[in-house]
Design a binder for this molecule. Sequence first.
Ligand code: MN
Length: 209
Amino acid sequence: MSTKPPLSEYRRKRDFDVTPEPSGRPAPASKKKLDYVIQKHDASHLHYDFRLEWRGVLLSWAIPKGPSLDPSVKRLAAQVEDHPVEYGSFEGVIPEGEYGGGTVMLWDRGTWTPEVPDVDAALAKGELKFTLHGTKLRGSWVLVRTKLGSSRKPQWLLIKHRDQYASSEDVETLKPRSVASKRLMVGIARDADGNVEKAAKADAPPTSR
Ligand code: MN
């Protein structure tokens, strides 16, 4: 996703006079540590946006079920447009009718470290191994590209590697709150005049949604 100017697709999809999301500009590649963030996003379909900072933007994947700590579970991750690095601190409500309208929670954040010598080559090859240093997610993971999905979004799988952080626990259900504000989706929606009823459904465990 690097043939066009950085973030052009991100900007084209949004009206920054309406949405509180950052308009973004590519960040200077000066600081050493690379950001990692997951946002729980209650859009037309609830999903978790997994983002890794690389070359001044956040590479982004939408994961319908969110990540799993269980190495035997592969989670579908549809690659979406690169986002600005400052998007990694956004939590709030995108207005209804806007692109991605709905409640956004900062579900996890921290930094990441590539486990490969050449990240660009790994992305091109479709197999990126990395370590997460987050609040909820830690240890070794891999993203593997499978095929071009519907609507021509590259489709990947996010898989936990076996290490001390692997677990069979359902991290989305056990740790539902924002790492930034400790709020649930319903609290974020309420504070920003969002859809509280819909957000309450997003807080409920998957089995009861
Ligand atoms: Mn999203």
